[in-house]
Design a protein around this ligand. Structure first.
Ligand code: C5P
Length: 229
């Protein structure tokens, strides 16, 4: 817990494929903290918009959906992370590259971001939270005890994503993925509302040539050095 009895928050931001999800989940499990996959909220909104025939051009329509969408996150005993939309398990659908592109479109609207802000902040429960996203350290949890910004080269991130998608049976060409990752970076970094950027006090880690366990150990060491855990 932080000094004022509010739950400890660790913000892990960065572009797509930098390893935020994997690292955040491992760190959360090791610390016994809650985990927020904020990208999933934007992905769920993209899916919900398709299902309810709300255009990605309609900020008002998307805001209404964002406020009311019926979503649930569940971590099962074997550690599997499940995502539900209106009671239906959409864990696979939510992770496709097509849904990721939809997410980055709906995420551009300030009204949508505001509608999702409170929903994200509610995840900060005792004993603590590891929050993964693009603006965890800058907008959603500006007072987070630790802010990490994970990066990796576009090629490395596309290649990781490629492996992940192949394992899930989705066959996307690597050059096409490099272009999609670039397009998503471009949109996420250049939008007016909460663009992706490291928080001033964020510790930046380039994970291009690091293994998952090396990144996890580095983050855990930083926590120890900072006296957070
Ligand atoms: O992290 P993930 O790839 O699931 O995020 C999908 C998209 O949602 C991102 O490309 C970004 O546009 C948006 N997003 C965001 N702010 C966050 C998390 C995700 O704008 N905190």
């Amino acid at each position: 817990m932080a000094a004022n009895n509010t739950p400890t928050v660790i913000a892990i931001d960065g572009p797509s494929g930098a390893g935020k999800g994997t690292i955040s989940r491992i760190v959360a499990k090791k610390l016994g903290f809650h985990y927020l996959d904020s990208g999933a909220l934007y992905r769920l909104l993209g899916l919900s918009a398709v299902r309810h025939h709300v255009s990605t051009d309609s900020e008002q329509g998307l805001m209404a959906l964002a406020e009311h969408m019926d979503i649930r996150f569940e971590t099962s005993n074997n550690g599997a992370f499940k995502i539900y939309l209106e009671g239906e398990d959409v864990s696979r659908e939510v992770r496709t590259e097509k849904t990721g592109q939809m997410a980055s479109k709906v995420a551009q609207y300030p009204g949508v971001r505001l509608a999702l802000l409170k929903r994200q902040q509610m995840f900060a429960q005792a004993p603590g939270l590891v929050a993964d996203g693009r603006d965890m350290g800058t907008e959603v949890f500006p007072a987070a005890e630790l802010k990490i910004y994970l990066t990796a080269s576009v090629e490395e991130r596309a290649s990781r994503r490629h492996k992940e998608l192949l394992e899930k049976g989705e066959d996307v060409s690597l050059p096409a993925l490099v272009e999609q990752v670039r397009a998503r970076d471009e949109r996420d970094m250049n939008r007016d509302a909460s663009p992706l950027r490291p928080a001033d006090e964020a510790i930046e880690l380039d994970t291009s040539s690091m293994s998952i366990s090396e990144v996890t150990d580095t983050v855990l060491n930083i926590l120890t050095v900072k006296g957070i855990k």
